[in-house]
Design a protein around this ligand. Structure first.
Ligand SMILES: Cc1cc2nc3c(=O)[nH]c(=O)nc-3n(C[C@H](O)[C@H](O)[C@H](O)COP(=O)(O)OP(=O)(O)OC[C@H]3O[C@@H](n4cnc5c(N)ncnc54)[C@H](O)[C@@H]3O)c2cc1C
Length: 609
């Protein structure tokens, strides 16, 4: 059934008049100080049946699947551009030549979004349906500057390289400490993995993860498993996305890590970046007549009372900007990150702020520096031509941590790279201070010096000024705050709570289904932390649970088709392994590439196999 069919003609007309991304005329001043809003007061606000606040990936995916609502759906975004954190740095003009392929304009290296993991069949399916081509990328040219050349193995073995002198788990005979690191991480954080502690050789039952709720930080848990030396060994080897020192809920971290572990290392890079993916979604949303309001920061979320009768008084919620613009709606999808929701005022925001789940989600701050270079000086260090190149460096004072040099055609053709990518708090602070004192020029200089130290044989050129960008998202990705499990808030519970954030849980512990609000976004689906796929999961879960009555059968079937990874006849989502095998229209698998002699950046000499 399509309950909104009769409005189609109207929608077309409205589309022409209200075309997307416009600002509404200011409604009479109406802010949180007027609370509670009466239906009569609310009558002055722009009326929508469904209101989506926030047009990052979570808001855009939701709006796309609900677009049949046409002008009954409003999408309100704080910023001028839609897309949330997944914005883009554009290449400097001189790199875009007249013959450039179409995705070069605007070609982009995402500040917070480069890739779709191969396991995410649903998101790859959706990108492909938007006509967005993607290029396969795996990081087979992985240079672990803490590994082959600098890995801390010697430090743990002691200068003489004697077995067990500092870290008993490490044998002088270990060919590559990465193997040991991997098995230590797997044993600690991957549910269902082998129950043999790779350092002690013992198999405690139950597995120590069963006691995850008793640890304050992942660090305490790891020290209990491997001792301080083992912890130091792990930390020296892996400083990206390993937030072990802060107070994160250990059980929640294990849930995230287990899910992430199963994802393959290979990803697909949308040509033109996520920005192109989003602009295709936006085009379809706008064409359906959905009213899109950008540059509209909501600062007040209010409930509407029925104290006075008014036309259209079925609206239950109001969202207002500080300048007095406002919307009212019967149903709400809230997609700002928890930090931004907690900044909002108003009776509804106050109720949300009391929710233990919302307060248990904690953001992680990240520093990113993107650069475009006059040449692809790094290519000769790759193991294959045209492959992606990743330099993993220690969290020492140089603080590059992860330097990515994508080999995919779309980005390689404009010499794009992401030389700094770190969530190590010490490094984030370093970059933040440097940027605050010296701006992008100071960051650029420090990056070149750091790279020079890792590639002493190379003359590292200057990135093209004006093309580079520094970005510091304060809520880059999300975990559960320390001791969440003890407060009965788990990763699963957050995902369920998000479907009915004000309704609480029934006696069996599941979220009550009746509610007209959903929280949508990566922050509310922690097993997808750090991936916009998390936002897609939470959007589809919300729509399935709460909006089925306003979606036509065709729209529901369409969403289901995406959810199962464009696999006709499937009823359950595709497993990571099966997803890795799928190919979608427009996806370009990477050619084998010419095998190159591997060069040691420190010496410039060919590496022995
Ligand atoms: C450095 C980095 C690299 C990443 N790389 C990848 C990657 O390669 N692939 C990938 O899939 N993901 C990646 N991610 C993750 C991805 O950026 C997020 O998962 C995604 O942006 C989450 O989408 P969201 O809609 O949940 O939140 P957001 O992107 O944060 O969107 C929320 C939206 O709400 C708006 N908003 C906030 N407050 C208000 C208000 N008061 N009124 C109106 N609007 C408001 C915001 O402006 C924003 O547009 C990366 C993230 C970072 C930080």
């Amino acid at each position: 059934m399509d309950p909104y069919k009769h409005k189609r003609a109207l929608i077309v007309l409205t589309t022409l008049i209200l075309a997307s991304e416009y600002a509404v005329a200011a409604a009479p001043a109406c802010d949180c100080s007027n609370e509670p809003l009466t239906a009569q007061q609310a009558a002055n606000l722009t009326s929508c049946k469904v209101l989506i606040i926030g047009a990052g990936p979570g808001g855009l995916y939701s709006a796309y699947f609900l677009r049949e609502l046409g002008s009954d759906l409003c999408l309100v975004e704080k910023k001028k551009e839609l897309g949330g954190k997944q914005q883009a740095t554009e290449p400097p003009k001189q790199l875009a030549t007249p013959g450039s392929p179409p995705w070069l304009d605007p070609a982009a290296i995402g500040t917070c979004g480069l890739r779709i993991n191969q396991a995410f069949a649903d998101q790859r399916c959706l990108a492909s349906r938007m006509g967005v081509s993607s290029q396969e990328a795996d990081f087979d040219s992985l240079y672990n500057a803490k590994g082959q050349w600098h890995r801390s193995k010697q430090a743990f073995l002691g200068p003489a390289g004697k077995r067990g002198s500092a870290f008993p788990g490490l044998s002088a005979a270990d060919p590559d400490t990465e193997d040991l690191e991997s098995s230590m991480l797997e044993y600690a954080f991957v549910t269902g993995s082998s129950n043999v502690n790779p350092v002690t050789g013992k198999s405690p039952r139950p597995h120590p993860a069963a006691k995850c709720a008793t640890y304050k930080r992942a660090k305490d848990y790891l020290v209990a498993l491997y001792g301080q030396a083992g912890y130091d060994f792990l930390l020296a080897g892996a400083s990206f996305r390993n937030d072990w020192e802060s107070e994160l809920d250990v059980c929640g971290y294990i849930a995230y890590y287990t899910a992430d572990w199963q994802r393959p290392g290979t990803s697909f890079y949308p040509e033109g970046g996520f920005r192109r993916f989003h602009s295709e979604l936006r085009k379809r949303i706008a064409a359906a007549g959905v009213r899109i309001f950008n540059s509209s920061p909501i600062n007040c979320l209010s409930e509407i009372t029925t104290a006075n009768t008014a036309p259209n008084s079925t609206s239950k919620y109001a969202a207002l900007t500080a300048s007095g613009r406002g919307w009212r709606a019967e149903r709400l999808i809230l997609s700002p990150v928890p930090r931004d929701v907690l900044k909002m005022q108003g009776s509804l925001a106050a109720k949300l702020a009391q929710q233990p789940e919302l307060n248990s989600i904690t953001p992680v701050k990240v520093a990113v520096y993107n650069a475009y270079w006059p040449s692809r000086w790094w290519e000769k260090y790759g193991s294959r031509s045209g492959r992606n190149f990743l330099l993993v460096t220690p969290s020492d004072s140089r603080c590059l941590v992860r330097s990515e040099f994508p080999g995919v055609k779309a980005l390689a053709s404009v010499n794009a790279s992401r030389p700094v990518y770190t969530d190590d708090p010490k490094c984030v602070e370093k970059w933040e201070k440097l940027h605050a004192s010296g701006g992008i020029a100071a960051v650029r200089k420090a990056v070149v010096e750091a790279l020079q130290s890792f590639f002493p044989q190379e003359k590292i050129p200057q990135p093209i000024a004006g093309g580079d960008a520094f970005y510091l998202p304060v809520a880059a990705w999300h975990y559960l705050k320390g001791n969440g499990t003890a407060r009965k808030v788990t990763v699963q519970r957050v995902a369920d709570w998000a479907l009915a954030p004000l309704q609480g849980f029934n006696s069996r512990g599941s979220a009550k289904p009746k509610s007209s609000i959903c929280m949508v976004g990566e922050a509310y689906y922690i097993t997808g932390s750090g991936w916009s796929w998390g936002a897609l999961q939470s959007a589809m879960r919300c729509l399935k649970a709460k909006f089925a009555d306003v979606m036509s059968e065709a729209a529901k079937a369409d969403m289901e088709f995406v959810r199962v990874g464009c696999q006709k006849g499937r009823t359950t989502a595709v497993s990571p392994d099966a997803a890795a095998e799928l190919t979608f229209k427009g996806e370009v698998r990477q050619a084998a590439g010419v095998q190159l002699p591997r060069l040691n950046p420190a010496t410039g000499r060919t590496l022995a196999e």
